[in-house]
Ligand binder design. Structure first.
Ligand code: 5GP
Ligand code: ZN
Length: 116
């Protein structure tokens, strides 16, 4: 994926503030944080979005989900955090390389889901 910004970060063509890396997964701080802790967890495999996941991604996705609370805690989220996966146009996705936002900090995050 030549022009994908997150693939470029994985290839280190663009710098990032990395907080975790293994052979399949990378986590780095969001360039425009929404809260004191805001990092992105991405697979090194280019998958456009959550709408494109396949059965053969199951192990990778499970590994990412298991990693999320460990990294959140390491980053100082000891009393909870929020995980967001924006998907497609309706979801407001801007970068089409699957990523989990992990967001937290000291204050309670604003309510996002309002019940009428
Ligand atoms: P989306 O709206 O697709 O869910 O979120 C994309 C996120 O990627 C945004 O929060 C944005 O700040 C972040 N982002 C976009 N470009 C870069 C970049 O070059 N480096 C980093 N670290 N984050 C980026
Ligand atoms: Zn990519």
């Amino acid at each position: 994926m030549d022009n994908c910004i997150f693939c470029k970060i994985i290839r280190k063509e663009i710098p990032s503030n990395k907080i975790y890396e293994d052979d399949e997964i990378l986590a780095f701080n969001d360039i425009n944080p929404a809260a004191p802790v805001h990092f992105l967890l991405i697979p090194k495999l280019h998958i456009d979005s959550l709408a494109e996941i396949q059965d053969n991604h199951q192990k990778l996705l499970g590994k990412m989900l298991l990693l999320a609370p460990k990294l959140a805690k390491e980053q100082g989220c000891d009393d909870g955090f929020r995980t967001i996966i924006n998907t497609g146009r309706i979801g407001g996705q801007e970068v089409f390389h699957l990523h989990f936002h992990i967001i937290g900090g000291r204050e309670r995050l604003p309510v996002m889901i309002h019940h009428g």
